[in-house]
Design a protein around this ligand. Sequence first.
Ligand code: NAD
Length: 434
Amino acid sequence: MEITKREIFHQKELSEDETNPWQNALIQLNEAAKVINLDNNILKILERPATTLITTFPVTMDDGSIEVFEGYRVQHNMSRGPCKGGIRFSPSVNIDEVKALAAWMTWKTAVTNIPYGGAKGGVVVDPSKLSQSELQRLVRRFTYSIISLIGPNSDIPAPDINTNPEIMAVMMDTYSMIKGHTELGVVTGKPIEVGGSLGRKEATGRGVYITMEEALHQQNKQCCDGVKIAIQGFGNVGSHFARIAYENKAKIIGVTDIFGGVYNPNGLDIPDLISYVENSGKRSVVGYPGADPLPQADIFSLDVDVLAPCALENQITTSNAEIIEASLIVEGANGPTTPRADKILNERGIVVIPDILANAGGVVCSYFEWVQSLQSFFWSDDQVNNALSNILIKSFKEVNLYKSRYNIQDLRTAAMCLAVNRVAKAIKLRGIFP
Ligand code: NAD
């Protein structure tokens, strides 16, 4: 009896050590260190985060009871400037995940050559289970718990999974109240009314689109008339990427989210799907009338040109790397591909635009927001989008130059080599204190 692709996906068990994000971040770092022959003393520094803060903090719930939450802020490296990185709210977030995400921020800011180091934060919480006032109290108390680390010159948080501009406004307000003056530059991803930047909301998705366009051009493919795309995750990154690709005539045939998925071989009407999601109580694509249901795992085996994982880590693994049909993967999410899956994809000739390049549009635009906040002088939409596009295209070219210079097979290792070299140079130039 013939085994279908879907059955292969379900038959394979993932080995436990494939999916630890921190272990995977170290594998990627060591791979790059080998290629560029990195000084072992520098490698020792980069293999450890500079600061790891684990906090437990109480929050009063609406019924008067007290819940205690665990939160993290990790600063991986600050040799190139203040630390930068988002805050994630999720019941499954853990310290190894945050350490990996912080390291990836160090590499992302270095690949794009913006003057930051890398950090990340998280709180173990399902915010959908909290009322608005409970959420606000949690955000304020968490901000207070990490206040010794954050600041416009030291460490600047931003939104990530399950956090948003409104939460950033509350973080900025809490910090400002404690310091006694308004400090717009302490967080990015804020609403426009309180120092946010035009273009920031969609910047990550726009960056995913820009890097995809560059890669397709490199493969002598027209972008994007008729290019078929499958997208996992339809939140901030996935939905903005989908909309921009749709506006440029791409055909998005499959989309999944945490609840399920939808499929239309003729292409989904993305603006209509976005408004369906916004108006559906669950904020999900499930039940969208203009499409058939799609099981979540099937997003990887759709017959498409481009696969865009825009949800979370460890989605492309040894269990499904062999069934991917796309010739290009553009990583909207952080860490969606395990190093073992990377090997399979490379052997199969599938090009992967790595997270530290593909989703860097968010942090690049956050950098623009920080600059605007510090100067209290704000840019137009066009200024933001042109500057974003220039930086990402330049970074894409520099990564490709590294790929040929060091005779590297894949873009992830090339991007890592470029980033690690930049950070290593900064460490050497500054020297070790004292
Ligand atoms: P989000 O919370 O807005 O959206 C996440 C989406 O993923 C939702 O649609 C959710 O339903 C879906 N999802 C969750 N689990 C899933 C699963 N098991 N299968 C399918 N879909 C699933 O988050 P976001 O801000 O869009 O972030 C998504 C990814 O992009 C994360 O890895 C994040 O770190 C990364 N990222 C975000 C930004 C940013 O600016 N927001 C910047 C760079 C990288």
